[in-house]
Design a protein around this ligand. Sequence first.
Ligand code: PMP
Length: 421
Amino acid sequence: MNLTERDLKVIWHPYTQMQTAAAPIGIVKGEGACLYDEAGKCYIDAVSSWWVNIHGHAHPYIAQKVAEQLRELEHVIFAGFTHKPAVELAERLLDLLPANQRKVFYSDNGSTAIEVALKMCLQYWHNKGEQRTKIVAFKNAYHGDTFGAMAVSGRSAFTNAFEKLLFDVEFIDLPTEQNISQLKSQISNLKSQLSCFVFEPLVQGSGGMIMYEAIWLDELMKHCKQEGIFTIADEVFTGFGRTGKSFASDYLLQQPDIMCFSKGLTGGTMALGVTTCTRQIYDAFLSDDRLKTLFHGHSFTANPIACAAALASMDLFVEPSTAANIKRITEQHRVFATQVKHHPRIRTVRQTGTILAMEWETGNDTSYFNSLRDTLYQYFLRAGIVLRPLGNIIYILPPYCITNEQLSYIYSTIQQALDTI
Ligand code: PMP
């Protein structure tokens, strides 16, 4: 039996309708932007394996650093103990972030980084003896699949089955010049109940690669600050270069109170989540009263191997060649976007940095369940490219090491699909 056959007997895959989905492809090796199946066929990973990979697969430098760490210390409980990779990563991360970020809390993934952020804000007010339990979020947002993260995500097919169990959230539209005043009033009207405002800065990923302008987000953040409402930047997807700058928050004048990271944090090598916060938030948990403790922690909090992977990834991230690659991809995307934007099958093209999204015209509304998705997905797989359309929206966000030849091949395959499907 090959990997696929063995898999089908025992495994239940994420975001997969197991009755109708095509059998999964067994991958045995990764190198650069390529994933290789059992027969040796290369698939160019144009979606960075769910947006996590930034330097390419099985990167030898990260592998070496992880192997060294494995021989030193694989794990230790992170309550009452600490270790060098966790301390060093926190120091180096805070150096890269807005100056108001002062403390690092580790967890396991993007969803848990969000859970921690929400709990920090909610308990902040609890510790201060105030009843501020409501949260503001954007319609169409996606912050993860655990219950708190789901609650602050837009209500959709993903959340339907759990709707009654999700806590109440004030959902607002994405800010524009036209609606900014109304959004501010919507927030002010609830201000005595509001704890925090959580958002994906500049790009709503899972919601369809929806992009919006930094200037209006800045306005909203400024307003929240004036009203004493904390802001949480969910940089799980946008962090580590995706938007062209190190963090999407680098496009903003306002500094968020809390920031969340995962995915590219370890270069896509290990599962790790980080929630950073200001001194003000941290201080509200300092007390002789033990009930004011942040009671949150996962068994694998600050796993040394994951921290070592993140440190190695950061070494690569700060090399000038990475910034040059991000710029190169951004420019190539721009040229391709200009080429395809007038194609009759293209409804809209949008780009922020290394993220390029194209909404296909299908005669139907744009939807995650658009049937074009499966046709396109299979078409690109046959061509040796991993693109996972969100319904009728296809997007490219490759590892930064992708070559010009690989990029050109992806563009020309998309062009062919536009002309033939
Ligand atoms: N926030 C954002 C913006 C995301 O895109 C994602 C994952 N796609 C998450 C949170 C959840 O991260 P994870 O899948 O690691 O739980």
